[in-house]
Design a protein around this ligand. Structure first.
Ligand SMILES: Nc1ncnc2c1ncn2[C@@H]1O[C@H](COP(=O)(O)OP(=O)(O)OP(=O)(O)O)[C@@H](O)[C@H]1O
Ligand SMILES: [Mg+2]
Length: 258
């Protein structure tokens, strides 16, 4: 089943969509791995309800100096081929040191910025790309990748290891403008692309539907504004599909049919 990346501008609802999709997939009795590749935000494991694993993937691999050492060594040669951080692995084979499982739902973090002046987030990008290129999923399994805001993951090539791209669109002109850019970047990368409208009411939904349809971009789902979900997120509680109206299952079916 699909490995997919969820992207969009800051605060549009990427982590929320991942959380709701993961719950639905879990309820369908399928395994889902959530890959938190956002190197700043900390709340996803709480939203999902798994809690974090013992280690980030960066720490599991020995920490930033070790990964940087491997990166530098690989760059001196034919680096993409020489960089070997992972062997091919199925979801069952992933170490519980860096994946925290709760039923069918697994949660892992690539790495977080831990110290002032520690350097840029590029090593996290390399790890994420290498991991996604080597993780094997069967037809009843999903991998959902949460990203940092913006389009940096396209620049880093993380998208190479996934099958499709979903962008979350909140009611803002910036999101509409960015959708065109992400659509082009996805096409360039050869990945199917669709958008989910989030935090909408009837009026903003209609405006967004018109604006996105004009660009010939497929809308694969809609999540209305939910006061309950906003409140529960603020209180640091896990999110639940019962907090929203509508069916997140439509988004899953739409992705499955591609
Ligand atoms: N449909 C919705 N209804 C109400 N609140 C929502 C909805 N979707 C998201 N939110 C709220 O909007 C805020 C941002 O959501 P979220 O953290 O999912 O965005 P994000 O795109 O992951 O942000 P970031 O770019 O910082 O990673 C949160 O407080 C969340 O609870
Ligand atoms: Mg987020």
């Amino acid at each position: 089943m699909p490995k997919m990346i969820i992207c969009g501008r800051g605060g549009c609802g990427k982590s929320t969509l991942i959380t709701l999709m993961a719950q639905k997939i879990d309820e369908q009795g399928k395994k889902v791995l959530i890959v938190d590749s956002d190197e700043s935000n900390l709340g996803l494991s709480t939203m999902v309800g798994t809690g974090p694993a013992e280690k980030t993937l960066m720490d599991y691999l020995g920490g930033r100096p070790v990964v940087m050492g491997k990166l530098m060594a690989a760059m001196r040669t034919n680096w993409e081929e020489k960089l070997e951080l992972f062997q091919e692995s199925s979801l069952n084979e992933l170490s519980s040191e860096f994946v925290s499982w709760n039923g069918n739902k697994g949660f892992m973090q690539i790495g977080k910025i831990e110290h002032s002046h520690e350097g840029c987030a590029c090593p996290m990008g390399v790890i994420a790309k290498d991991f996604l290129n080597h993780v094997i999923v069967d037809k009843n399994e999903w991998v959902l990748v949460d990203t940092e805001a913006g389009v940096e993951h396209f620049g880093r090539g993380i998208v190479e290891g996934v099958d499709s791209v979903i962008m979350v669109i909140d009611p803002s002109n910036d999101a509409v403008l960015l959708s065109e850019k992400v659509s082009e970047l996805s096409k360039e990368a050869g990945k199917p692309f669709g958008v989910v409208l989030n935090r909408v009411d009837d009026e903003t939904r209609s405006i967004l539907e018109d604006a996105i349809s004009e660009k010939n971009i497929p809308i694969i789902g809609v999540i209305p504004y939910s006061k309950t979900m906003a409140r529960e997120n603020l209180k640091g509680n896990r999110l639940d599909n019962n907090m929203i109206e509508g069916d997140i299952g439509e988004i899953i079916t739409s992705v499955e049919s591609k």
